[in-house]
Design a protein around this ligand. Structure first.
Ligand code: PMP
Ligand code: GLN
Length: 380
């Protein structure tokens, strides 16, 4: 059956994880941790189930979680959303992205997207009937060109999507770069949807929420994900915060997507957010060590690696290995080398700029990363 979503038929993550399973490959493709989050957090979910939190929660999210998210934004970022109407719990950041875009973009509106970009943005912009205008981050320095960005804005621009720390490149946008985006958003009276799911996973560089820049709170929806905070990606608890009017626009849509988010997991995430910074710091430190391990291993296998400033991911250029088409290389890799990875070109409308780049996930156990690198080195 051919539908209008045919161009988005299967996500690259599903394709690559299926190939990894089929060939018993080390899965450095899909970004999910292979170690679950803190046992106290897991226990909080079990307690919530036995404590009777098993029926529909309020559509905007349980009060305890909305309050914990508001406290988190205040503690870490000096943002002070009102938990009553400036915070919305969603079924993963994925739903926050969908509800924000569908809520704010009307058919024909333009949406500025920085590429490479996380796959769901394009799919939801298409669902909304929006028109995507892309601006590239060019390998290897991944700088955002202010003139190219300005050229992507027009009088039809309604929304600009920002993702920092950035999937797939691991880039953390500097306050200066964010100010360039903010300035254009203010001048064009555009809203910002800021995907900050990796906000705590940065390695020695500070994360700046764009909503903290002057005049930006009132035009920004900021998105987070408990999956990334606490290594529980299967729980699908996310959120967004921003001014009441924008949150309401997303909430109207969210009512008809999922209506609400699993009750016990909301209770557990509220508990987790109140555990203080320790679990977040521990995860960041351990990921940083695994990042370094993977970078060393990929270099030993002959790839040219750009170390990441954050996220679960590192991007490497396979051109030194003679690779000209990383998409095909990644499709072959699980069978040929016993490793799965993701080609960066799938995150771009124009694949030519990123044709030889490959994304590897390092949110895996040391021995898994070591085995993946050993297999790659044996193959290359
Ligand atoms: N945004 C980005 C940049 C991501 O990488 C991901 C998933 N890894 C998501 C959103 C989706 O998050 P969730 O699993 O909470 O839906
Ligand atoms: N966000 C994860 C990644 O980038 C995958 C999430 C998914 O499978 N949709 O790998």
């Amino acid at each position: 059956l051919v539908t209008r979503m045919q161009p988005f038929a299967e996500t690259i993550f599903a394709t690559m994880s299926a190939l990894a399973l089929e060939h018993d490959a080390v899965n450095l493709g899909q970004g999910f941790p292979d170690t679950d989050g803190p046992s106290e957090v897991l226990g909080a979910a079990r307690d919530a189930i036995s404590g009777g939190h098993n029926q529909y929660p309020p559509s905007i999210g349980i009060p305890a979680l909305r309050e914990a998210i508001a406290e988190h934004q205040a503690h870490h970022h000096s943002l002070r959303p009102d938990p009553a109407d400036e915070v919305l719990v969603t079924t993963g950041a994925t739903e926050a992205i969908a509800a924000s875009i569908l809520g704010l973009v009307s058919p024909g509106d333009e949406v500025v997207v920085i590429e490479p970009s996380y796959d769901s943005y394009s799919a939801v912009i298409a669902l909304a009937g929006g028109v995507k205008r892309t601006v590239p981050l060019r390998w290897p320095d991944l700088a955002l060109d202010a003139d190219e960005l300005a050229a992507a804005f027009s009088e039809r621009t309604r929304v600009v999507v920002v993702n920092s720390p950035h999937n797939p490149t691991g880039k953390v946008f500097s306050p200066k770069e964010l100010e360039v985006v903010a300035d254009l958003a203010r001048r064009h009276d555009a809203w910002v949807i800021s995907d900050e799911v990796y906000e705590h996973l940065t390695f020695g560089v500070a994360h700046t929420p764009i909503a903290t820049l002057p005049g930006m709170w009132e035009r920004t929806l900021t998105i987070g994900s408990a999956g990334k905070f606490f290594s529980v990606t299967g729980w699908k608890v996310g959120w967004l915060s921003g001014p009441a009017e924008l949150v309401r626009a997303a909430q109207v849509v969210r009512q008809y997507l999922t209506f609400t988010t699993a009750s016990p997991f909301q209770h557990a995430v509220a508990h987790a957010l109140r555990m203080g910074p320790q679990p977040l710091d521990d995860l960041r430190d351990s990921l940083r060590a695994r990042h370094d391990l993977l970078v060393t291993g990929l270099r030993a296998a002959g790839l040219e690696v750009r170390p990441s400033q954050g996220t679960y991911f590192v991007v490497a250029d396979a051109a030194p290995l003679g690779v000209t088409d990383a998409l095909q290389w990644c499709l072959d890799l699980p069978a040929a080398a016993g490793v799965a990875a993701v080609p960066v070109s799938v995150f771009c409308d124009d694949p030519s700029e990123t044709a030889t780049l490959v994304r590897f996930a390092f949110c895996k156990r040391d021995e898994v990363l070591q085995e993946g690198c050993r297999r790659l080195a044996a193959f290359t």
